[in-house]
Design a binder for this molecule. Structure first.
Ligand code: SAJ
Length: 412
């Protein structure tokens, strides 16, 4: 049984910060590291710089108890967890520069016997690269997880759903890919300090691919629903009714069409597979293309509706990438609203109950951020982009006189 007293978590974003807080709650002494000084200050005052259910309360507790401390430089610890972003470059290849920088930054602090875990979503082979970067900085540490082990390294991808992060962090099973079996066992012991789900051990490459496969699976399934919605438009069929009926089959479970797939995971990760094996990953690439084509279809529907009016008002309901969150990153709803603002001559209103000010992407446009009641009163054309709970409650009579384009099928 390995015991861990301390952990250093590098990257205090949507995954790193909750993970650091959960380790601290489990009694480990946690150093959280981030290059963003404002984030570090906010966290040290006991608050989260991101929105996630119950995170503020948890942070308040662990910061005031002194078990979590944030800083801009790493510190010595029994284990290091790297949770930095891996966006893609223009050509859809993964940008590993943050992982490399994080690895090099912890190198001076690694002591013999320490464990290093990569949590960021990465393409197959990236954990090997992490090991190479570390050993380039620290030639004295040349034996990962074998005979005469100097240190341990593993990939343990996160798989939590935004909005349910603190629940899923503890309850979901984890896949742990060790550079060797000993590395995987060591990482299992680290996660078992807080985990209620089970750990499944494998090699690093399989763990890397498992994470990508999970998100590609969802992307392909959403693409199927989105393709059905395009087909149904052409064949004059109500896609929502179609899916509801098909799902009465005991082995069919079609997902929901929408205005496109957003967020920083599902719209990104499948490309890492395509980039690794471009000739073979045909279905995965096509699914990405189908989902990425959806915003254009929505924009064309709005333009067609606008052409039937003289100077109409268009209300875009929702800017977030999915329901009941404030996250606008890679949001098709936001992209569609920006495009409409730039391409239509008429007035465009936006409603997003989860934010307070107009987002930066809309600051150069004439779009007005307004409340739901006002938008419903003023608009001639209502474009429903996100299935937020506030929108689900809109009574039929408030929209009966309007042209409604419901991309989520909540008002049928
Ligand atoms: N969407 C649809 N139709 C659906 C379901 C989703 O259009 O039927 C859209 C959403 O509106 C959104 C996008 O897909 O724009 C993604 O939303 P999501 O709820 O499917 O997933 P994320 O991005 O919030 O989180 C995913 C999760 N992965 C899987 O469910 C396989 C989560 O468990 C991962 O941890 C997360 O990616 C991640 O960090 O990789």
């Amino acid at each position: 049984m390995h015991t861990f007293n301390s952990v250093c978590v590098v990257g205090l974003g949507y995954i790193g910060l909750p993970t650091a807080a959960v380790f601290a709650k489990a009694g480990l002494s946690v150093t959280g590291v981030d290059v963003n000084k404002n984030a570090v200050e906010t966290i040290n005052s006991g608050k989260a710089h991101i929105v996630e259910v119950d995170l503020d309360g948890l942070l308040q507790g662990v910061v005031s108890a002194g078990t979590l401390k944030a800083q801009t430089e790493p510190a010595e610890a029994n284990a290091f967890v790297i949770a930095v972003p891996t966006p893609f470059k223009g050509d859809h290849a993964a940008d590993l520069s943050y992982v490399e920088a994080a690895t090099r930054s912890i190198a001076p602090y690694v002591r013999p016997g320490n464990l290093i875990v990569l949590e960021s979503t990465v393409p197959p082979g990236a954990t090997d690269k992490m090991v190479e970067w570390l050993e380039a900085e620290r030639p004295d540490l040349k034996q990962v997880g074998g005979a005469g082990t100097a240190y341990y390294a593993a990939h343990c991808p996160e798989r939590v759903l935004p909005g349910r992060v603190l629940i899923e962090l503890v309850q979901n099973d984890r896949i742990i890919g060790g550079m060797t079996e000993a590395c995987a066992e060591r990482a299992q012991a680290l996660y078992e300090t807080f985990l209620r789900g089970e750990c499944f051990l494998t090699n690093a490459r399989t763990a890397e691919m498992a994470k990508l496969s999970e998100n590609a699976f969802r992307d392909v399934n959403i693409a199927f629903a989105n393709e059905l919605s395009l087909i149904s438009d052409e064949l004059d069929i109500d896609v929502w009714e179609l899916i509801r009926l098909a799902n009465r089959h005991p082995r069919v479970n079609i997902l929901q069409p929408g205005p496109g797939v957003g967020g920083h995971c599902i719209a990104v990760d499948p490309w890492f597979i395509v980039d690794a094996v471009p000739q073979t990953a045909k279905l995965i690439r096509t699914a990405r293309e189908v989902n990425d084509s959806k915003p254009e279809t929505v924009i064309n529907k709005v333009k067609k509706a606008v052409s039937r009016f003289k100077d109409p008002i268009v209300a875009c309901l929702g800017l977030a990438f999915k329901a009941d969150i404030d996250d606008l990153r890679s949001s098709p709803a936001l992209d569609i609203t920006v495009r409409l603002a730039n391409e239509l001559e008429c007035k465009v209103l936006a409603v997003e109950p989860n934010i307070v000010g107009l987002p930066k992407a809309l600051s150069d446009t004439e779009v007005q951020l307004t409340d739901l009641t006002n938008a419903l009163e003023q608009a001639d054309i209502i474009l429903l982009l996100v299935d937020h709970r506030e929108f689900k409650r809109v009574p039929a009579k408030s929209r009966s006189e309007k042209v409604v384009i419901d991309t989520r099928g909540i008002w049928r």
